[in-house]
Design a protein. Structure first.
Length: 755
């Protein structure tokens, strides 16, 4: 019987695969099935075995193992591998770290290299800590330095111009040491959230800083150019650690950034210590890397390893009885084999990256479906036994992963930099410098139909936009099954699920179900951190996870979480407070059968009309919107976009003509703006306290701002919507709501991610 049997996919997974992963012809038509995609990937990756003496028959067997593992969704590699393996682009790595030196040549060399990486489909992380501080004298030119933040803006602009692998713009991580003289400017550099839109930022916290914080002391700033304590007017510069930390906390409370990474801990726990120094991470915080190294990632779907049905002697006091450990062991070993092959089959964007990657042969085997595993075992996410199980599961993955890496040495040899690693000191043969990490799995978890990473569920139901504009509601399949079995599933329940992220205040759901299906807003920050810290104990690299806070959380809550993360052994932490960013205002749903009367007769334009012109900032430049008024109502709209291409200007004119036609046909202004608000574009920015999604959205905002008094409809504020847990961060590609998980905004509708 052939191993290449038909694959079962949800409608959502199939839609994401069509949009982003399956091969297309030169007209954009899909020419590959999901089954063919997995065959393409497994064939291509298995071929690496030929480099180590395998026969064609052995390669065929390995191909079948790889295919079965992916087609059953027990394991999936990172998105670039699924997209590019066996195709011309051939770039299989998720992300890279590049050095940024202190000379103009080094800075722009890094910028050029980042553009090449983004073009190939990867993300980039940078430390800007080597750059001399702002206003330092540059001896070679007799000028003054502009500092790290100014050059981050250069990198940001470059990223804006390059689409990642032809699908989306690249993601960046910007890191600055807490003892850099420009640290205060860095912490506040995203106060204007229309700036640095292609960067996540993190402060690199040192042990010395944490000691000063705990002891309520000042700490010195160091000039990276002189390697000495920074001076102003001949005096050493010290900052109050508490004041700096409070500033970090305040900005994180406001917008979720900056995050923090514990730099000394990352280096102390780096298997390549002391031969290399880590300065930065990839865009999601979970992969600390030295310069020019890359991360080659894959995730095991833990929900697939729960015995079904559970054994007769199963009880939640011994949840490991419900896990098929032998099946998990085999999948771990095959996954390590797969990821090691990826390193050899990869087409690297830079020669320096290829050399460094092959010297260390870092892989990152992680997990997804953790919340699914817990549900199937009957364990709430915040249960004491859930933490104990996390310890057992991740230690098992680390041990078996390391054992397989050592096994590969017998036929493939140690990784070339082994002599400079802790493995040499302990006389442990290893094929890979790192084996385990926990990465964001936003898109591949959609394909696998499982929960993301080690996150709890974000919500139990969500609305999906399909390509013809239809909206479909998708319910968590485990919840739906239990609800149907227990007899409380109904259309009314579905409607309530759509407006509540937590089940706690929905009537008609049994308490035992509410206690089991906890979402991220039900989990306390302490419990989020405990889970992250437990998995971190068994990760060679790091853990990508979001610590969720309710809207009502205080700055002190954020501060306490950061300190707890440090004390618990985490390597970094990302927090997000609900509704901490400006959101789109949603209108209430129109009642059924509510008729909107309007005339089909288009009014003629008078020779003279008066109105106003308003400037509004968009991602394409300043937009000048002119609205002419008749009888105190908007009658026609014109708009001009400054310094833009002909296509954009033509599109803008077309939009305005159609708006004017609608207004002259007496269609109520709120009906016009309702169609335009929230339309997502590729250049979204924040301006004047609101998010500008596109040119149509900008025009709608001008009309709403000036003519909302004409509408009798009540609108729902973002804070009101947020109390029900509705995510209003809009996907720029399909206009669906996005969710913040594992340090990234992810769209569950089309798979778009900001990381």
């Amino acid at each position: 019987m052939s191993v290449y049997k038909e694959i079962k996919l949800s409608d959502n997974a199939l839609e994401v695969l069509k949009r982003r992963y399956l091969a297309k012809d030169n007209k954009g038509r899909v020419i590959e099935s999901p089954q063919e995609m997995f065959i393409r990937v497994s064939n291509f990756i298995a071929e690496a075995d030929l480099l180590y003496g395998a026969t064609e028959e052995q390669v065929k067997k390995t191909t079948e193992q790889f295919y079965k593992m992916m087609a059953t969704f027990e394991f999936l590699p990172n998105s670039p591998t699924l997209m590019n393996a066996g195709r011309p682009l051939g770039q299989l790595s998720a992300c890279f770290v590049l050095p940024v030196g202190d000379s103009m040549e080094e800075i722009f060399e890094a910028n050029k290299n980042a553009a090449l990486i983004h073009k190939s489909g990867g993300g980039t992380g940078f430390s800007f800590s080597r750059l001399r501080p702002k206003n330092s004298i540059v001896a070679s030119t007799s000028g003054v330095a502009s500092g790290p933040v100014s050059f981050m803006k250069v990198f940001n602009a470059s990223t804006e111009a390059v689409k990642q692998g032809g699908t989306r713009r690249g993601a960046n991580m910007g890191v600055l040491r807490v003892d850099h003289p420009d640290i205060l400017e860095f912490i506040t550099c995203k106060d204007d959230i229309s700036e640095l839109t292609n960067f996540n930022i993190s402060v690199a916290i040192t042990d010395a800083f944490m000691e000063a914080l705990i002891n309520k002391q000042k700490y010195p700033l160091y000039n990276p150019h002189t390697q000495k304590i920074h001076q102003i007017d001949g005096k050493d510069v010290y900052l109050d650690a508490q004041e700096v930390f409070d500033l970090i906390v305040d900005r994180s409370w406001r917008t979720g950034e900056p995050g923090i990474i514990f730099l000394d801990r990352m280096n102390q726990l780096n298997p390549m210590r002391p031969s290399e120094t880590i300065e930065a991470t990839n865009p999601c915080g979970e992969q600390p890397l030295p310069p020019y190294d890359s991360c080659n990632l894959g995730s095991i779907n833990l929900g697939k390893f729960v015995k079904e049905p559970l054994p007769d002697n199963y009880n939640i006091s011994e949840p490991d009885l419900g896990i098929d450990w032998e099946k998990l062991r085999n999948t771990i070993r095959t996954s390590v084999h797969f990821l090691d092959n990826v390193i050899d089959k990869n087409k690297y964007p830079l020669e320096k990256i290829e050399r460094q990657t092959k010297r260390n042969r870092r892989i990152g085997l992680g997990v997804m479906g953790w919340a699914d595993m817990l549900i199937k075992l009957g364990l709430p996410y915040n249960h004491e036994k859930a933490l104990e199980l996390a310890d057992k599961v991740m230690s098992f993955i680390e041990n078996e992963g390391h054992n397989q890496s050592s096994e590969l040495v017998k036929t493939r040899g140690k990784f070339p930099n082994w002599e400079g690693s802790i493995y040499k000191q302990n006389n442990i043969a290893m094929r890979n410098a790192t084996v385990t990490t926990i990465a964001p799995t936003g898109t591949i978890s959609i394909i696998a139909g499982c929960s993301s990473g080690i996150e709890p569920y974000y919500s139990i139901a969500f609305e999906r936009n399909v390509m013809d504009g239809t909206k479909l509601i998708e319910i968590n399949p485990l919840f739906k099954t239990m609800a149907q079995q227990d007899g409380f599933y109904s259309d009314d329940l579905v409607n309530q699920l759509m407006s509540h992220r937590s089940l706690s205040d929905i009537e008609g759901i049994p308490e035992r179900i509410k206690a089991l299906f906890l979402t991220s807003v039900d989990i306390s920050p302490d419990d989020h951190i405990k889970m992250q810290a437990t998995f971190q104990k068994y990760c060679d690299s790091s853990v990508s996870k979001t610590i969720n806070f309710p809207t009502s959380a205080t700055r002190e809550d954020i501060r306490r979480a950061y300190v707890l993360a440090y004390q618990s052994g985490c390597k970094g932490v990302t927090i997000y407070r609900d509704n901490s960013r400006p959101h789109q205002v949603l209108s209430t749903v129109k009642k059924k059968n509510e008729d909107i009367p309007f005339s089909s007769i288009v009014e003629k334009r008078p020779h003279v009309l008066s109105g106003f012109t308003e400037k509004i900032k968009t991602g394409y430049g300043n937009l000048y919107v002119t609205v002419n008024v008749k009888n105190n109502r908007p009658f026609e709209v014109f708009a001009h976009i400054g310094k833009s291409g002909y296509t954009t200007m033509a599109d803008t004119e077309a939009i305005c003509r159609l708006i004017s036609l609608a207004l002259r046909s007496n269609i109520p202004v709120e009906q016009v703006t309702k169609q335009l608000r929230g339309i997502g574009g590729s250049n979204q920015i924040y301006a004047d306290g609101s998010k500008i999604f596109s040119i149509p959205d900008a025009i709608a905002q001008v009309l709403d701002k000036n003519f909302s008094h004409l509408s009798n409809k009540k609108t729902t504020s973002s804070s009101e919507s947020g109390e029900k847990g509705v995510s209003l961060e809009i996907c720029p590609q399909c206009s669906a709501p996005m969710r913040f998980e594992s340090g990234c905004f992810n769209c569950v509708s089309c798979g778009y991610s900001t990381c």
